[in-house]
Design a protein around this ligand. Structure first.
Ligand code: ZN
Length: 373
C-alpha cells in the first residue's frame, strides 16, 4: 500500500505483465477486443490492464486455439495485463437456458444453441489456457431480487466452488481472485467475506452488485463491507458502474473496477462529461463547434467538434464508434487516475466533493434544457 486517505487506498497490483497503479479502471474487452479500439488506442489512453470474458472466449474462438497462438496476450497483441472473469455472471444471466447442480452448470451457447458445461475446475482450466494475469473463480451470482434463502445458497455454493478453484492448476504467474457474494445484506456479505477471505487468494472481489439494486443501497453495502476486507490484498468491485458508483467505491477502499458502461454507452450515443452525460443524438449538438469536453486530452476532443460527432453518429459512420469510445474511456480512466493522485496528496475528500457537485447538475437535465434553447 502506497498511501491511504480515509478508507481509500493507492497502491500497486503486481502482475506478470507489469505493475498496475490502483485504484484502476479496466476497460472491458469481451471477445479479445475492446469494441471499436485497437491495442494502440488503448496504449494511447494509458490503459494498463483490460478484461477478457471467459464465457465468450470459451465459445469462440475457444481456449485451445488461443493457447496454440501463444495465449490471450499474444493472440490480441496486448502487452499490458489482462484479467479474465470466470464466465459465471454470463452463464447465470442465461435464465431458462441453464441448469445448475453442485458440480457445475450446464447451459446452451447463445451462438449455436449447443450444450456446454462449466465447472470450477473447467473455468480455471480455460483461464489457464488463456494465460491471463488474473483469473476469477466460478461463482453463483443470484439476481438482485433473490430471497435471502437463495442468496445464502448461492454464497455456500460459491464457497464450495472457490475451494475447488484453489486446487486447480494455474498458468505461470497467474493470480487468482475469490468472489464474495451475499446480495445487499451486509451481515451475509461479511459472513461470506470471512469464508472467502480464509482461502489463499491473491485478491478478493465483490460480485453481485450493480445488478439492479438502487445505487444508494449498493453504496451503503460498499461503505459497510469494503473497509472490513483484508488490507493486504487487492479489492475488486465487479461490473460497476457509473462515475458516481466509482467515486463511492474508491471512497470505501476499492482498488479495481470494470464496467461496459463507457464503451457500450458510447456506441449508443451517450458521452460522459464532468457534469454527467450528453446524448450526441440530441438536436442541440448538430451545429455545436465545441469539443465534447473542453480540455479532454482524447483524440475526439482534441481534434473534432460535437457537430462532427453528431453527424457521424447520425450517418452511422464507423469512425464515430472509435472516437466516442476513446472519449468515454478517457473520461473513466482520468476520473480514477485523478482520484489516485488525490489519495496520494491526502485531498480525496475535496476531490470527491468537487466531482459530486459537478455531477449533481445532472447532465440529462442540462442536455434537455439545452435542446429547448
Ligand atoms: Zn474527450
Amino acid at each position: 500500500m502506497q498511501a491511504r486517505d480515509g478508507h481509500a487506498r493507492a497502491g500497486h497490483l503486481r502482475t506478470a505483465h507489469g505493475e498496475v497503479e490502483t485504484p484502476v479502471f479496466m476497460p472491458v474487452g469481451t471477445q479479445a477486443s475492446v469494441k471499436a479500439l485497437s491495442g494502440g488506442d488503448l496504449e494511447a489512453l494509458g490503459a494498463r490492464i483490460i478484461l477478457g470474458n471467459t464465457y465468450h472466449l470459451a465459445l469462440r474462438p475457444g481456449p485451445e486455439l488461443i493457447a496454440r497462438l501463444g495465449g490471450l496476450h499474444a493472440f490480441q497483441s496486448w502487452r499490458g495485463a489482462i484479467l479474465t472473469d470466470s464466465g459465471g455472471y454470463q452463464v447465470f444471466s442465461l435464465r431458462g437456458r441453464r441448469t445448475l447442480d453442485d458440480d457445475g452448470v450446464t447451459f446452451q451457447s447463445h451462438l449455436d444453441g449447443s450444450l456446454q458445461r462449466f465447472t470450477p475446475e473447467g473455468v480455471m482450466g480455460i483461464q489457464r489456457a488463456l494465460a491471463s494475469d488474473v483469473a476469477m473463480v466460478l461463482d453463483e451470482c443470484p439476481p438482485s431480487d433473490a430471497p435471502p434463502e437463495q442468496v445464502r445458497a448461492a454464497m455456500e455454493r460459491t464457497t464450495r466452488w472457490a475451494r475447488r478453484c484453489v486446487e486447480a492448476e494455474r498458468a505461470p504467474g497467474q493470480l487468482r481472485f475469490g468472489i464474495v457474494q451475499g446480495g445487499t445484506d451486509v451481515a451475509l456479505r461479511l459472513e461470506h467475506l470471512q469464508a472467502i477471505g480464509e482461502l489463499p487468494f491473491e485478491g478478493l472481489a465483490l460480485g453481485g452488485l450493480g445488478v439492479g439494486e438502487p445505487p444508494p443501497v449498493m453504496h451503503a453495502v460498499l461503505a459497510a463491507v469494503v473497509p472490513r476486507m483484508p488490507e493486504d490484498r487487492p479489492r475488486y468491485l465487479m461490473g460497476v458502474g457509473t462515475p458516481i458508483d466509482l467515486l463511492a467505491g474508491i471512497e470505501a477502499g476499492i482498488d479495481m473496477f470494470d464496467c461496459v458502461m463507457p464503451t457500450r454507452n458510447a456506441r449508443n450515443g451517450q458521452l460522459f462529461v464532468r457534469t454527467g452525460r450528453l446524448n450526441i443524438a440530441n438536436a442541440v449538438h448538430r451545429d455545436d463547434p465545441r469539443p465534447v469536453e473542453e480540455g479532454c486530452p482524447c483524440e475526439a476532443c482534441r481534434r473534432y467538434t460535437r457537430a462532427y460527432l453528431a453527424h457521424l453518429f447520425r450517418a452511422k459512420e464507423l469512425t464515430y464508434y472509435r472516437l466516442a469510445t476513446l472519449h468515454n474511456l478517457q473520461h473513466y480512466l482520468d476520473l480514477v487516475r485523478a482520484a489516485r493522485s488525490a489519495i496520494l496528496e491526502g485531498r480525496l475528500a475535496a476531490y470527491l466533493q468537487e466531482r459530486r457537485a459537478a455531477l449533481a447538475q445532472d447532465e440529462s437535465t442540462v442536455d434537455s434544457r439545452q435542446s429547448t434553447v
